[in-house]
Design a protein around this ligand. Structure first.
Ligand code: ADP
Ligand code: MN
Ligand code: MN
Ligand code: MN
Length: 370
C-alpha cells in the first residue's frame, strides 16, 4: 500500500471506533436493472432482532434502470438481514425486494414469484448448493495478475493451484471467505479455478428461497471486498475467448426423497423432467451462456440435453458417490455464472416438484423486457 493510503486508513480507524450511542447502520442492498447490486445506508434507532422490525424504504429507480423518470420511486421491502462485516458491531446488511408504486413487483424482482413455488412445495424440502465461479480483473480492465503484454502459460497448474505464478489474489478470496462466515452466509468452500485469476465459492445447502438470498449477499460481499483491493469482479460466463475456461454456477439439487436410501429413483425422475424442458431452462440460465456451453472446457452443448454419472461433459451430473450410495443429489451444470439464482432455483422447483397456478418462471423472465 502506498504511504498516503496507509495514512488515510489510520485516520479513518479513529472514527470507526466511535460509540454509535445505541443507533445502528443498516445498509439496504438490492438488485438493479442490469444484474448488478446497489446499496445505501440509513440509521435505525436500535439493534434489530427480526426482519419485521426493518422499515420499508425507497430509491430513485430512474437512476438504476428500474423505473421511468416520471414515476421513479421503487420501494425496498426487507426480506433478510446479516451481520455487517465492514461496519461490525450491531450494524447490519439488509437484503430487500424491489416493488413498484402500483403494488406490483419490480420487473427485476424474480424473488417474489420463486418464493410462491417454494411455499407451495414446502413439504418437498428442496435444497440447493450453488458453485459461484467468477473472474478477477484489475482497474485497467486486464485479467488480474496477468502479464502486461501477452498471456500466462496455458491452463493446467492453476486449478486449486499453490505457489507463485500458479495462484492469483489469494488475499481477496481469503478476506471474502471470512466476511461471508461473519455475515452468516452458508459458504461451504472456495477453490481456485482452471483459468488463472478465476475462482469459485460455494454456498449451500440452503432450503428454497434462502438459496437465492444467500448467493446474492455472497456476491455483494465479494464485490465490496474486491473494491477495497482495487479489484473488479466479473460474472461473465466467457470473459475471454480462446482456450480459457468459462465461468458457471453449477446448481446442486435435492429433495427430501432424494436424500434417503432409495433416492436414486427420484433423482432419475427429476432428470427426466429436466430433459423435457431443456429449452425453457436454458433461457433462464444466464445471458451469453451459449458462448460457454460449447461442449468443450468441461461443458455440454447448449442445444442438447445429456446426463451421466461423474460426467463433467454432461448437462446434468450424478456425483460418483451418490450413484454408489443410491441416494443424495444431482448437479445441473448448465447455469452460467451470471444467473439470477431466483430464476434458476425457481424453475428447477417448478419442473421437479410441479407447476402451480399462480407462478410461471418462464413468463417471469419475459417480464424483464417489458
Ligand atoms: P464440485 O465437485 O461439482 O466442484 P462442490 O464441492 O464445488 O462440487 O459443490 C457442491 C455443492 O453441493 C456445495 O455447495 C454443497 O453445499 C452442495 N450440496 C451438497 N449436498 C447437497 C444436497 N444434498 N443437496 C443440494 N446441494 C448439496
Ligand atoms: Mn465446485
Ligand atoms: Mn468449478
Ligand atoms: Mn460442480
Amino acid at each position: 500500500m502506498a504511504s498516503a493510503t496507509i495514512e488515510k486508513t489510520a485516520i479513518l480507524s479513529k472514527y470507526l471506533d466511535l460509540d454509535q450511542r445505541g443507533a445502528i447502520i443498516a445498509e439496504y442492498v438490492w438488485i438493479d436493472g442490469s444484474g448488478e447490486m446497489r446499496s445505501k445506508g440509513r440509521t435505525l434507532s436500535k439493534k434489530i432482532s427480526s426482519v419485521d422490525e426493518l422499515p420499508e424504504w425507497n430509491f430513485d429507480g430512474s437512476s438504476t434502470g428500474q423505473a421511468p423518470g416520471h414515476d421513479s420511486d421503487v420501494y425496498l421491502r426487507p426480506v433478510s438481514f446479516y451481520p455487517d462485516p465492514f461496519r461490525k458491531g450491531d450494524n447490519i446488511l439488509v437484503l430487500a425486494e424491489c416493488w413498484n408504486n402500483d403494488g406490483t413487483p419490480n420487473k427485476f424482482n424474480h424473488r417474489h414469484e420463486a418464493a410462491k413455488l417454494f411455499e407451495a412445495h414446502k413439504s418437498s424440502e428442496i435444497w440447493f448448493g450453488l458453485e459461484q465461479e467468477y473472474t478477477l480483473f484489475d482497474e485497467s480492465g486486464k485479467v488480474y495478475g496477468w502479464p502486461q503484454n501477452g498471456f500466462p502459460a496455458p491452463q493446467g497448474p492453476y486449478y486449486c493451484g499453490v505457489g507463485t505464478g500458479k495462484v492469483y489474489a489469494r488475499d481477496v478470496i481469503e478476506a471474502h471467505y471470512r466476511a461471508c462466515l461473519y455475515a452468516n452466509i452458508t459458504i461451504s468452500g472456495i477453490n481456485a479455478e482452471v483459468m488463472p485469476s478465476q475462482w469459485e465459492f460455494q454456498v449451500g445447502p440452503c432450503t428454497g428461497i434462502e438459496m437465492g438470498d444467500q448467493l446474492w449477499m455472497g456476491r455483494y460481499l465479494l464485490t465490496r471486498v474486491a473494491e477495497e483491493f482495487g479489484v473488479k469482479i466479473s460474472l461473465h460466463p466467457k470473459p475471454l475467448q480462446g482456450d480459457w475456461n468459462g465461468a458457471g454456477c453449477h446448481t446442486n439439487v435435492s429433495t427430501k426423497e432424494m436424500r434417503v436410501p432409495g433416492g436414486m429413483k427420484y433423482i432419475e425422475d427429476a432428470i427426466d423432467k429436466l430433459g423435457k424442458r431443456h429449452i425453457e431452462h436454458i433461457k433462464l440460465y444466464g445471458a451469453d451462456n451459449d458462448l460457454r456451453l460449447t461442449g468443450r472446457h468441461e461443458t455440454a452443448s447448449a442445444t442438447s440435453f445429456s446426463y451421466g454419472v461423474a460426467n463433467r461433459g454432461a448437462s446434468v451430473r450424478i456425483p460418483r458417490s451418490v450413484a454408489k450410495e443410491g441416494y443424495g443429489y444431482f448437479e445441473d451444470r448448465r447455469p452460467a455464472s451470471n444467473i439470477d439464482p431466483y430464476l434458476v432455483t425457481g424453475i428447477i422447483c417448478e419442473t421437479v416438484c410441479g407447476a402451480i397456478a399462480d407462478a410461471d418462471m418462464t413468463k417471469e423472465f419475459e417480464r424483464e423486457s417489458d
